[in-house]
Design a protein around this ligand. Structure first.
Ligand code: RB5
Length: 149
């Protein structure tokens, strides 16, 4: 298990501003932010940013990751193709707690066209302040991992 305090952030062109707000927010909570951009609003393809962030988590360089696109969906789908990643879209705080408590998600995604900044920061707080419960949920997470081959 990775125990460092680094969290990677990335996004596509739709979500630069929200990434910056989340970065400032999580840094204030004591996390070391690994912001891998992009830095311009030029149209870009979310899978490559998703993969870059997911690799940081999968290799253990970062403990957790938060990725953003218009809906949170495409960037989440790409992240889940990287072995070892468990990422889900969170548009509410209940899901953000549960995805950590029951699913041990090591990444979440948010949709900048779905949630406003205030809710996004609450979702991030819910995700980061919840711990994995283990027990029967560890069995189930193990079953997810087994599907990866
Ligand atoms: C970009 O327009 C948009 O398709 C992307 O941000 C994301 O919503 C894809 O899932």
């Amino acid at each position: 298990m990775t125990t460092n305090n680094r969290i990677v952030l990335s996004n596509d062109h739709a979500a630069i501003q929200l990434r910056q707000s989340i970065g400032t927010h999580v840094a204030a909570l004591g996390w070391e932010v690994v912001d891998i951009g992009p830095t311009t609003q030029e149209s870009t393809n979310y899978p490559k940013h998703s993969e870059a962030a997911a690799q940081r988590v999968a290799t253990g360089d970062c403990r957790l990751g938060i990725i953003l696109c218009g809906t949170g969906q495409g960037i989440m789908m790409a992240a889940n193709k990287v072995k070892g990643i468990r990422c889900g879209v969170c548009s509410d705080t209940f899901s953000a707690r549960m995805i950590r408590q029951h699913n041990d998600a090591n990444m979440i995604s948010l949709g900048v066209r779905v949630v406003g900044e205030g809710l996004a920061l609450d979702i991030v707080d819910a995700y980061l302040t919840t711990n994995f419960e283990g027990g029967r949920h560890a069995t189930r997470v193990g079953m997810i991992e087994a599907l990866e081959g």
